[in-house]
Design a protein around this ligand. Structure first.
Ligand code: CA
Ligand code: CA
Length: 108
């Protein structure tokens, strides 16, 4: 995924995201990752990778493991980080992130 192209710079310039609880900021993360410049197709692919059970939504549990999609062995997000992230992205309030909400987040 995109992520792969800018992945190394993301990991090396922001190691705290992956190791230090409480440091995650999805806006900074996506910016560092360079996802906003990705095509709709790339964004869809990224969504599918994060949607591990293929349900068509990123549920809280999948969001929690978000960082592990980028770096093997990365920490899980804390409950507080997961909730903040979810609330910021879940615009229709159903408690999970749909593909359209994901795309809107990436483009924001
Ligand atoms: Ca899912
Ligand atoms: Ca939603």
């Amino acid at each position: 995924m995109c992520f792969l192209s800018s992945y190394y710079s993301l990991v090396t310039s922001n190691p705290a995201f992956f190791s230090d609880p409480g440091t995650f900021d999805h806006k900074k993360f996506l910016k560092a990752c360079g996802m906003s410049g990705q095509s709709a197709e790339e964004i869809k692919k990224a969504f599918k990778i994060i949607d591990q059970d293929n349900s068509g939504f990123i549920e809280e549990e999948e969001l929690k493991l978000f960082l592990q999609n980028f770096k093997a062995g990365a920490r899980a997000l804390t409950d507080a980080e997961t909730k903040t992230f979810l609330q910021a992205v879940d615009t229709d309030g159903d408690g999970k992130i749909g593909a359209d909400e994901f795309a809107a987040m990436v483009k924001a």
